[in-house]
Ligand binder design. Structure first.
Ligand code: CMC
Length: 437
């Protein structure tokens, strides 16, 4: 039988400790018993950016980064993308099992019933400048929903929680479409509840004067698949924010606003917008090698490349290539694809990228598809946020139900001054203060 203990010899005291391993991990609190003396606080673990720290146990998403595996609730992402639609997968992620037909009908009806936003929310959106970044509008509007639904603060009532999930999943496409129309100066289009989730989103984005919007089926399916791929990704930066803010028992609207803010950064979901800017800057295939040399010389990063967990390939990037084919068949090929393919080819043959295990991630090709569909780059991260709401809500719910969890409050290693006396202002020597003396 495997000995599930870790032996630690403290060379300061020659004391020997046996620390139990829990699922191959050390519980950081078990280290606190290791002390150099009775007044000692005990050993802490130091792990900036959580490189080797599990902050929770989770049954939602499994990733094997070395082998390029991604599963939601045990189901391979490839099968889900092929055989399910987004709302089915959303149900799976939130409730643990794929729905049967009756459950799915009820789920879809509930989400569809909550697609409208309050007219006051619409007015709130109207207050933004025409050139406001859609992600800024999206984040602020999510937070503003908290003022419309104050009962959402009752986070311990499962019924209340479920209602806010319907509201959030139902309303995010509406909010996203409104931010888009606002930036173009177009009138808002109300949801059409006869359409599917993605078709209705396309209706709210692109319907002009026609009485009924008919979505291109291939584009609607490609968008649906993209939503499936983006729905959850275990403890990424924004999921971690969702859990951290939610651990204070804040309501789900402000929690998702905080998570969306984390997503907006260029190292996370904002990368898809940055990829397009990068491809524009490169301009043509023949300029790719020079661009790669610039990156290797330390001038910036190759956006859409690299991942904290995937060190082989990102399985989502493969499926995205399939979606790209479907979209380009309907829209015509985006000429930026050739630059992207060349960038991928050159990078994957280059020692710098091979050594660091840097491969295209989900954001590398998604922007090219979104652009071919007619979106401006500023909308790309909003398109990521719509399906990721599901992942954030699942992580939030799991956190609230987990008896191991408390308010998230890390420790620090203090590196500042020891105690010192305040000198009256007239006696402070500026030069001494600046030199740190
Ligand atoms: N281009 C060039 N070099 C890179 C890149 C890149 N895209 N990514 C990492 N590196 C280098 C990095 O400079 C470091 O080199 P060295 O060892 O010489 O210092 C090494 O690779 C390890 O990188 P790291 O910064 O320690 O890796 P990380 O796990 O902290 O960061 C990452 C992961 C995704 C933030 C990073 O790869 C990155 O900034 N990529 C570009 C932005 C991007 O595409 N983000 C989307 C991520 S996937 C979707 C999502 O999360 O939303």
């Amino acid at each position: 039988m495997k000995n599930e203990l870790l032996g630690i010899l403290d060379k300061r005291t020659e004391a020997y400790y046996e620390i139990p391993l829990y699922k191959d991990a050390v519980r950081a609190m078990d280290l606190r018993q290791i002390k150099a003396g009775s007044a000692d606080f005990g050993v802490m673990s130091y792990d900036p950016a959580f490189l080797n720290t599990a902050s929770c146990q989770s049954a939602i998403t499994f990733i094997d980064g070395d082998n390029g595996i991604l599963r939601y609730r045990g189901y391979p992402i490839e099968q889900l993308a092929e055989k399910c639609n987004f709302l089915e997968v959303a149900y799976l992620i939130l409730f643990g099992e794929l729905p049967n037909q009756t459950e799915l009908n009820d789920w879809v009806a509930q989400i569809t019933h909550h697609t409208m936003i309050h007219e006051k929310t619409k007015k709130f959106l109207e207050g933004f400048s025409h050139d406001a970044h859609p992600m800024g509008m999206f984040i602020s509007t999510l937070a503003a929903l908290s003022t419309i639904y104050p009962e959402s603060r009752n986070v311990h009532d499962p019924e209340v929680r479920r209602l806010q999930m319907y509201r959030l999943i139902g309303k995010v496409p509406t909010i996203a479409a409104y931010t888009y129309r606002h930036s173009l100066g177009y009138p808002y289009v109300y949801p059409d509840n006869e359409l599917s989730y993605t078709e209705n989103f396309m209706n709210m984005l692109w319907r002009m004067v026609e009485p009924k919007y008919h979505a291109n089926a291939a584009l609607a399916r490609a968008l649906d698949v993209l939503f499936i791929l983006h729905a959850d990704h275990e403890q990424n930066c924004s999921a971690n924010v969702m859990r951290a803010v939610g651990s204070s028992q804040a309501d789900p609207f402000v929690c998702t606003a905080a998570a969306a803010a984390a997503l907006s950064g260029p190292l996370h979901g904002g990368a898809n917008e940055e990829v397009l800017k990068m491809l524009d800057e490169i301009g043509s295939k023949d300029r790719v090698p020079a661009y790669i040399e610039r990156i290797k010389a330390g001038h910036g990063k190759l956006m859409g490349f690299g991942h904290r967990i995937y060190k082989n390939y990102d399985p989502r990037a493969r499926i995205i290539k399939w979606a790209a084919d479907q979209v380009f068949e309907a829209t015509g090929r985006n000429p930026k694809l050739d630059i992207a393919l060349e960038l991928e080819r050159v990078a994957l043959e280059d020692e710098y990228f091979i050594k660091r295990k840097l491969y295209p991630n989900v954001d590398f090709y998604s922007g090219i598809i979104y652009q071919a569909m007619g979106f401006k780059p500023e909308m790309f991260t909003v398109l990521f946020a719509i399906p990721r709401i599901v992942g954030w809500l699942a992580q939030w719910q799991e956190m609230l139900d987990d008896p191991d969890q408390k308010i998230a409050r890390p420790r620090q290693i203090y590196t500042g001054h020891d105690v010192r006396e305040v000198v009256p202002i007239e006696k402070r020597d500026l030069s001494a203060a600046l030199s740190g003396v």
